[in-house]
Structures are given as structure tokens and as C-alpha cells.
Design a protein around this ligand. Structure first.
Ligand code: NI
Length: 184
């Protein structure tokens, strides 16, 4: 998801690397993702790169397929500019409960400068592993619930455009194709 606030000043580690974020209609955004078999140093390095890439964008969430990695994992930080960072890592996430409805004007780092209203559950409960490989369960509402559902969709190759009505979907699709062509 896209962060609406301006560029954040975050402390970064020299070992981290900013990855290229794939833009729609890159086919890797639709690729099947595999569960993470073990939280290895390589997976932790990928998590660090993804966090760095998300903060640099800036965004509130980033899923592994958006950097071309077909793993079931995403990162989220919904802290605002004047709050301390609050990085949350979700490895092999599973949404086990959804309640209510909310509509949020969502963006996505794979659809730069596009934002559209999307209907999601108001509250979700998710089970996942953190970056230490420890299981946790979290019940979230509001923006955090939206971000969890948005990023979890990425792991199944589902994109925000898939939640739009047919006309808006066509407009966004054409706009992204046009940009792809303009960028060569
Ligand atoms: Ni997204």
C-alpha cells in the first residue's frame, strides 16, 4: 500500500538494499507464492530489504511478490511520520476471521499514483510467524486491517484492481499499460 504522508526519515542499516518494486501488469505480481519453509538468514535479509524498500517508497505495506520474490510474506508499518516506526512482519500469514465492512481509499506501490475506494472487512484476525520465526495472532481493525487484507491478497496474486468495478478496472488497466509503453 501507498503511504500518503511525505518521505520519512528512517535510520537504515548499511546491509539493507532497496529492491525494485514491480509495477502492474508485471506477470510476477500474479505468480503463485510458496510458504516459507524456515525463517533462514536469507529470509530475514529479504525482510530487511523489503522494509527498507517500503520506507523508501514510502509505503505502509509491501508483499514479497512486489519485489519479485514468490514467498508468502509481507511487511507493514502504518505509523505516521511523527510516530516511532512500528514494523510488523507477517510470514506464512493466514486470515482466520473477518468481521464487518469498511471502505478505504487504497493505493499500492505496484500502481503508483493511483488510489481507489476498496471495500474490505472492518476487523481481521491473522496468524503468522514474525521475523524470529515465532507464531503470533493479531486482531486488527481500521487501516491495519485494510493493509493486512491488501498485502495478503498479493500473496495470492490478487491486486487492488481486482476489487474495482468493471469500468474503473478498465480505466486503471489502460492507464498502467499506457505508462508501461511510455516508459519503454
Ligand atoms: Ni499493493
Amino acid at each position: 500500500m501507498l503511504k500518503s504522508a511525505q518521505l520519512l526519515n528512517r535510520v537504515s542499516n548499511d546491509d539493507m538494499a532497496i529492491r525494485t518494486i514491480l509495477h502492474y501488469p508485471d506477470p510476477l505480481l500474479r505468480a503463485k507464492t510458496e510458504p516459507v519453509a524456515a525463517v533462514t538468514p536469507d529470509i530475514r535479509a529479504l525482510v530487511e530489504d523489503m522494509a527498507e524498500t517500503m520506507y523508501a517508497a514510502p509505503g505502509v505495506g509491501l508483499a514479497a511478490p512486489q519485489v519479485g520474490e514468490s514467498h508468502r510474506l509481507f511487511v507493514i508499518d502504518i505509523a505516521t511520520e511523527d510516530e516511532p516506526s512500528d514494523l510488523r512482519v507477517f510470514i506464512n500469514p493466514e486470515i482466520v476471521n473477518k468481521e464487518g465492512d469498511q471502505v478505504w481509499c487504497e493505493g499500492c506501490l505496484s500502481f503508483p499514483e493511483i488510489s481507489e475506494d476498496v471495500q474490505r472487512a472492518e476487523t481481521v484476525t491473522v496468524r503468522a510467524l514474525n521475523q524470529a520465526g515465532e507464531p503470533f495472532e493479531l486482531t486488527a481493525d481500521g487501516l491495519l486491517a485494510v493493509a493486512i487484507q491488501h498485502e495478503n491478497d498479493h500473496l495470492d496474486g490478487i491486486l487492488m484492481i481486482d476489487h474495482l468495478g468493471v469500468i474503473k478496472r478498465r480505466i486503471v488497466h489502460r492507464e498502467m499499460l499506457k505508462r508501461q509503453k511510455d516508459n519503454g
